[in-house]
Design a protein. Structure first.
Length: 355
């Protein structure tokens, strides 16, 4: 018959087995839930609103036609399509709807046109001097070199250079030929001066409207095609690596319990490079929203209204373990965010007393 009575030694042995088992189980659990657990902290580094300046956009027909009217030889490089904009045919109007430029190129056109306008006074003054010079020059002294100095355009566009060289080289010069030549050059420069003055007046009248139209169009793009770009510093102070999922959320608090949510994502082309955050490491990750035109109209109106104002937001991200992490309140304005940083730097700097 088996004796099932437990002695003191039996109980000690059994307790040792139980304690050992608990320790064996608890150590891995402790490692998983404490020692080998990631711990994320998020700080917003910058927030900005901008359009993709490399993305081509369709230009409104009225703006294209206005651009074509001020287009000239001085600004046409890169804008050859604008010459067609003076065509009123139906075929042209269909093609017009397909013409696209990047916002950067539109602003470049405006800048080149401004430079062209600013150059007119100097060109007018130069042509006025040319008119006086041709009047003061004796016709028989109109060598090829002299003509080129007085009127570069006449020399290359209208002068029979080979025939003129022969005439100028004759011992007995043909006075009638040279007097007639002087008259032609004078008329050419005078006409060029008159056209330049007309061009200056016309461009001056149209440039103001062009500038307003382009500024208005760029503002419209900013309100509809802009995206928000939020760069966050994400620190993993834990002892296990973890990955951040692509989606994120930035909630803008606009007071009285109201808010607007901006859905964010990490760009697909950079996600693999930045997603994983190793233990004891930090990553800078930039999220971007969709275009504002893709937001509900009321939300788009609100974010445009409160951007740059004294309101705050919080970014939320989710990791591969389905943990949701968030930042502290951040100004919904890059300028205010930068001011906040400078204020802190100035405050800390004021504490130091230099001898």
């Amino acid at each position: 018959m088996i004796n099932l009575k437990f002695t003191k030694d039996h109980w000690i042995a059994l307790s040792g087995v139980i304690v050992g088992s608990l320790i064996a189980i608890s150590i891995p659990l402790w490692q998983v839930f404490w020692v080998e657990t990631p711990k994320l902290g998020i700080d917003v580094i910058s927030i900005e609103k901008r359009i993709n300046r490399d993305e081509s956009v369709v230009i409104p027909p009225d703006l294209l036609k206005l651009m074509s009217e001020v287009n000239s030889r001085d600004v046409r490089a890169g804008f050859e399509q604008l010459f067609a904009a003076q065509d009123d045919s139906d075929i042209f109007n269909d093609d017009l709807k397909k013409i696209q430029f990047t916002p950067e190129k539109i602003e470049l056109f405006l800048e080149k046109t401004r430079s062209n306008l600013e150059s007119y006074p100097k060109r007018v003054t130069s042509l006025e001097k040319d008119v006086e010079e041709i009047k003061d020059t004796e016709s028989l002294r109109l060598s090829s070199r002299k003509i080129r100095e007085i009127s570069f355009s006449y020399y290359y566009d209208e002068l029979d250079r080979e025939g003129h060289e022969k005439k100028y080289g004759e011992p007995n010069k043909d006075v009638k030929y040279f007097d007639n030549l002087k008259n032609k050059i004078t008329i050419h420069i005078t006409n060029e001066l008159e056209e330049t003055r007309k061009g200056q007046i016309s461009l001056y009248e149209k440039f103001s409207k062009l500038s307003e139209e382009i500024d208005s169009y760029i503002q419209d793009l900013n309100s509809k095609n802009s995206k928000y770009y939020i760069t966050a510093s994400i620190t993993n102070s834990g002892n296990a690596s973890v990955s951040i999922k692509r989606p994120g959320l930035f909630r803008v608090y606009i007071g009285s319990g109201n808010y607007v949510d901006l859905k964010l994502e990490i760009p697909r082309n950079s996600y693999k490079e930045v997603a994983q955050i190793n233990e004891r490491a930090t990553r800078l990750i930039t999220f971007n929203s969709k275009k504002l035109s893709e937001l509900p109209s009321e939300d788009r109106k609100l974010v445009n209204q409160y951007w740059g104002k004294n309101v705050n937001g919080v970014i939320f991200v989710i990791d591969s373990l389905s943990n949701v992490e968030s930042s502290e309140l951040t100004p919904f304005s890059d300028a205010l965010y930068q001011k906040q940083i400078y204020d802190k730097l100035i405050f800390e700097a004021s504490k130091l007393k230099w001898r």
